[in-house]
Design a protein around this ligand. Sequence first.
Ligand code: SF4
Length: 136
Amino acid sequence: MTARHADLAALRESETARMLAACSQCGACVEACPMVPYVPALQDADRPAVVRGVLEVLTGGEGDAASRAWIASCTRTGSCNAACPEAVNPQLMIRLATWRASETGLLPQRDTSIVMSRVKVFARLGFTEDEQRDWL
Ligand code: SF4
């Protein structure tokens, strides 16, 4: 492990610990999330329970269906950050939970070949024939 990776791992662990200690599980972040009306599993979900599930995922657990749905549906609006009374940074909490869930297999790993094919499709819109031949 490089020094940079060690720093990142330490930062991740310290941020996770800070969030676990600071979050009062009030659910205000879920309430403020603009995605909730569009995600069936979240619409009637108990807000504090959703957060409890996310904190569980953050520590390697499975959470419940609603918390996993919230993690998967985050579009990074940051509305949750403004609503949080404890300065937890719930947007980052979701990012870290997504990271952990990818490691534990809770969320499927991204297929990078699909991502790259999409990048190429968009790139073709702006590249000349020669550029496409040389770069894609
Ligand atoms: S992250 Fe903030 S808003 Fe969300 S449950 Fe915890 S304390 Fe409440």
